[in-house]
Design a protein around this ligand. Structure first.
Ligand code: ATP
Ligand code: MG
Length: 415
């Protein structure tokens, strides 16, 4: 009965975005994303109210599922299941009493916010009047600092809302509000966290993974497929480009001294990812690099990698240490997938200790004998795409990959 009357969700977004002078496109994007993710959970519609979004629920709406999903929507600061009330103090008080009915608590507080400055009472006055009525009903004390129960009242120009429990959203900006980027996803711990953080800044992402076929098995592809499936809940639709990179690596190996190979692999990854970015109109590349974490990520080597790029190379983890990154991977659910063993193409044909101090000149000299455009073209011809949807409406569509045989499984061996 009470749940049937609690048939709205009030969603607050981060104020930071509103400073950018594009409030309405931000709100429209957030509303679209919320509409998309709540498909099939029993919502009627999502609409904008001043400073908030309001979701209308059907009587049979699945609130636990709605709540679980809202937790993944970037741009949401917090959300609450709410009662709607008419915009006068008597109705607001009656609605608050209905909301707290049957609750037992040692202390409570009323918190009122007015988005409608035309309302005849100010927020403290509303809180006092409703607070007295609630105190009579619950026979409990007011504690403004550390209440066990908080009753939130929001007065808007045409209606009011009463809610009890505000749940935190992930914050950030709605996916789609900062353009499109290509995210290099390796199957390790770092790159999914980097992708998550860029989605949290409003970037829509397409993913690219390089695997060692025909010299390695498909374990890294399976991991990246799982990671993409998980990350898709933050952007509802993803495309994963799976690039067979073994042939490119073989050519690098024939031309380049061992300590230089990893850095040259990276430069080729950047070039291929950029070609994909150009095709889809993406404006940046994203990697999970963190300064000094491994030999290939010294300042000198990052410079050489970046030199192969013309688009901005975004490295959201650059200043994070491994513990911070791992903790975030655990929180967002990618860690368990990332630690599964796989065959990582960067370990193919490379020494245990690659160079930490390559220069751009050395890279250019090493690459002089390579047919770079031909290698890019070949790699792209060996690329398949997979599409992902959240909520999953059908099984994953994919190119020929799933039926392709695994040829050879050599790792770390000289050709
Ligand atoms: P990760 O955990 O993301 O693999 P890492 O610390 O192991 O990171 P590296 O293996 O040096 O770092 O890779 C640095 C970055 O280069 C990765 O975060 C990723 O963005 C990109 N990268 C490396 N290997 C691949 C790959 N096989 N496919 C796609 N991107 C890759
Ligand atoms: Mg790695």
């Amino acid at each position: 009965m009470v749940f049937e009357r609690m048939n709205r969700v009030v969603i607050h977004y981060h104020e930071i975005a509103l400073k950018r002078g594009n409030r309405s496109s931000f709100v429209t994007q957030l509303a679209d994303n919320i509409n998309g993710i709540l498909r099939g959970t029993g919502i009627r519609r999502v609409r904008a109210a001043p400073g908030r979004l309001i979701v209308h629920l059907k009587p049979q709406a699945d609130w636990p599922e709605i709540s679980r999903r809202l937790h993944w929507v970037f741009g949401i600061a917090n959300y609450a299941l709410a009662f709607r009330s008419r915009r006068n103090i008597d109705d607001i008080t009656a609605t608050a009493l209905e909301a707290v009915d049957g609750r037992r608590c040692a202390s409570f507080a009323i918190r009122t916010r007015r988005a409608d400055k035309g309302f005849p009472m100010q927020s403290p006055e509303i809180s006092t009047i409703v607070g007295r009525a609630v105190q009579d009903r619950l026979q409990t004390r007011v504690d403004l600092d550390n209440p066990e129960l908080t009753v939130n009242i929001e007065v808007l120009p045409r209606e009011a809302f009463v809610s009890l429990e505000r749940l935190p959203g992930p914050g950030g900006l709605p996916v789609g509000s900062s353009g499109l980027a290509v995210s290099l996803l390796s199957g390790g711990i770092d790159s999914p966290v980097a992708a998550y953080r860029m989605m949290g800044r409003g970037c829509r992402l397409e993913f690219v993974h390089f695997h060692g076929a025909p010299y390695q098995d498909r374990t890294s592809r399976d991991k990246v497929t799982e990671l993409t499936r998980l990350l898709t809940r933050h952007q509802l639709h993803s495309r994963l480009h799976l690039v067979a990179f073994g042939e490119v690596q073989r050519q690098i190996v024939t031309a380049v001294r061992r300590p230089f190979r990893v850095v040259l692999y990276r430069r080729m990854m950047v070039r291929i990812a950029e070609t994909i970015a150009a095709k889809i109109g993406a404006g940046a590349l994203v990697t999970g690099e963190s300064l000094g974490q491994v030999a290939s990520q010294t300042l000198a080597n990052l410079t050489v990698v970046e030199h192969a790029a013309t688009l901005p190379l975004l490295r959201p983890l650059i200043g994070m240490d491994k513990n911070e990154i791992t903790a975030q991977a655990e929180r967002i659910g990618t860690y368990e997938i990332s630690i599964q063993p796989d065959q990582d193409c960067c370990q193919l044909f490379v020494p245990r200790h690659p160079t930490t101090r390559m220069t751009v000149d050395e890279a250019l000299e090493a690459e002089a004998t390579l047919d770079i455009p031909g290698m890019i073209e070949h790699a792209l011809s060996e690329t398949v795409q997979m599409e992902f949807e959240f909520p999953e409406t059908s099984s994953i569509k994919s190119g020929p990959l799933l039926t392709s045989p695994v040829v050879g499984t050599a790792t770390g061996e000289e050709l």
